[in-house]
Ligand binder design. Structure first.
Ligand SMILES: [Zn+2]
Length: 121
């Protein structure tokens, strides 16, 4: 039987290559919101996702804050007015909506509907 010539060096190099590839894939999956997806989100929500205002400038808000493990992905970003964005900050979304006396159920339902429309499968 043929023996592998450089078992240790080969496996180390291979491991490093796979690790790098996995990191690139994670980076891509974690923060993959494209400008086109953002335009679609703004269009679908038609205003601030939380308070519904249509007159304010909209910012990208992570439903699950970055500090809690959220990322800039189409499933985690919603348009928010500067006031809601600043107020929500690092809060967990459900508790914050309730504290603000905003309609938590309506937000969650609309969010689910928009995500379904964006990815039919
Ligand atoms: Zn708002």
């Amino acid at each position: 039987m043929a023996r592998r010539r450089f078992p240790s060096s080969t496996s180390a190099a291979t491991r490093a290559r796979y690790a790098k590839r996995r990191q690139r894939r994670l980076d891509r999956v974690d923060n993959d919101l494209t400008p086109a997806q953002w335009d679609t989100l703004v269009l679908q929500w038609g205003g601030c996702a939380y308070c519904g205002t249509t007159t304010a400038a909209l910012q990208k808000d992570c439903v699950l804050p970055i500090s809690r493990g959220g990322r800039y992905t189409v499933t985690n970003v919603v348009p928010a007015c500067t006031s809601c964005n600043a107020s929500k900050h690092n809060s967990e979304v459900s508790g914050w909506l309730r504290r603000k006396r905003l309609d938590e159920g309506a937000f969650l339902l609309r969010h689910a509907e928009i995500l379904r429309a964006l990815s039919p499968d």
